[in-house]
Ligand binder design. Structure first.
Ligand SMILES: Nc1ncnc2c1ncn2[C@@H]1O[C@H](COP(=O)(O)OP(=O)(O)O)[C@@H](O)[C@H]1O
Ligand SMILES: [Mg+2]
Length: 345
């Protein structure tokens, strides 16, 4: 007990939300120490890292052949093991300002559909990077804890996390996932939809980064009280010259409708697999939305209207999962049962 407290005092323990779009790191007793896009720039010559995070994301679409920009967790799974390991190693080292005698324990939040091979890769990377022990937790569980849902109780909690590459929906009761569904649709698909819509309808070619900015500024899933518009710069696909066009929120909503429908269909699909008692709990408590995609304007209203459930967006959707991870790390004893089973070698 005393030793536990002592190691807590000098602890370097960290929790990592390894997201497809953003990676966040929490250090025990300090708070969020890293919050960066999950993007790595690598030299094609010597395979060394040139930049990680925001700096690497800024290079997207502007990189010469000598630099490859990699999103190692592209579709919610680890698309590139080696780069994921490099990134994890870099983050773990950066998160511990001072090297202490006691190596850190590291908690990593992983997508619920992760395979055994991927779990092992995450664990091994964290161990190589100098952690003493590695714990894994499933993303919907961390999101639910971050959202302050009473997951320990025998009662259905429905949570949906809309990230960059994936949307995860789960019903949690008695600290475990009872049913879950994960689709490879999220913020990235929305950005791609905007790119192809503008190409077809407005004859303008824009990059994925611009599309993301449009989505955040004027994107929506439900009619807005006051519709919005913005000027967008891109390349005229006929003349090839740079042009500026005005894009309206109605057009952007139209471009996003297919993605929004896929997300709503996933909620409906989950209900079909849910036992009646749990469904009754959920009808009362509703759906809790987390993840950056939950910030799409009017998404809560659109789901509420289509599925006929109360829908609530958590106060800080982008950091909810990390908050949950931090809570687990701070109270490991109370949360033992939510950790994924140790992986066999
Ligand atoms: N205001 C916003 N409106 C719509 N989408 C947003 C907004 N803010 C962030 N996003 C999207 O949220 C996604 C990132 O969410 P995040 O939870 O960090 O994903 P992940 O967990 O996969 O890393 C990105 O696709 C981003 O474009
Ligand atoms: Mg996430």
């Amino acid at each position: 007990m005393f030793l536990d407290n002592l190691s807590g005092l000098f602890s370097n323990d960290i929790a990592i939300d390894l997201g497809t779009a953003n990676t966040l790191v929490y250090r025990k007793g300090v708070g969020i120490v890293i919050d960066e896009p999950s993007v790595v720039a690598i030299s094609t010559d010597n395979k060394k890292i040139i930049a990680i995070g925001e700096d690497a994301k800024e290079m997207l679409g502007k990189n010469p052949e000598e630099v490859r920009i990699i999103k190692p967790l592209k579709d919610g799974v680890i698309a590139d093991f080696r780069v994921t390991e490099l990134m994890l190693r870099n983050l773990i080292l950066r998160a511990q300002k001072k090297r202490l005698l006691i190596k850190p324990r590291v908690l990593v939040c992983v997508p619920s559909g992760i395979t055994e091979v991927e779990k092992r890769a995450v664990r091994d990377s964290a161990l190589h990077a100098g952690s003493r022990e590695v714990y894994l937790v499933s993303e919907p569980i961390a999101a639910a804890i971050g959202a302050d849902l009473p997951i320990h109780r025998p009662q259905g909690n429905l949570i949906m996390d809309i990230g960059g590459g994936t949307t995860e929906i789960a019903i949690i009761s008695l600290s475990h996932i009872v049913v879950h569904c994960s689709i490879r649709v999220g913020g990235d698909k929305m950005d791609e939809a905007i790119v192809s819509y503008l190409r077809k309808r407005n004859n303008i070619s824009v990059g994925i980064q611009t599309a993301e900015k449009i989505k955040m500024a004027i994107g929506s899933a439900f009619p807005l009280e006051k519709e919005l518009k913005m000027e967008v710069r891109g390349r005229d696909i006929i003349t090839g010259y740079p042009i500026t066009v005005e894009v309206t929120s109605e057009e952007v909503r139209d471009s996003l409708s297919e993605t929004v429908t896929s997300i709503i269909d996933a909620v409906k699909g989950l209900f079909e697999k849910t036992a009646p008692e749990l469904a009754a709990d959920i009808a009362e408590r509703g759906l809790i939305l987390t993840g950056g995609g939950a910030q799409l304007k009017g998404l809560d209203k659109k789901i509420q209207e289509t599925v006929d459930l109360p829908v609530h967006v958590v106060p800080e959707p982008l950091i909810c999962v990390l908050k949950g991870c931090g809570q687990i790390l701070d109270n490991l004893n109370d949360y033992k049962e939510v950790l994924l089973k140790k992986i066999e070698d």
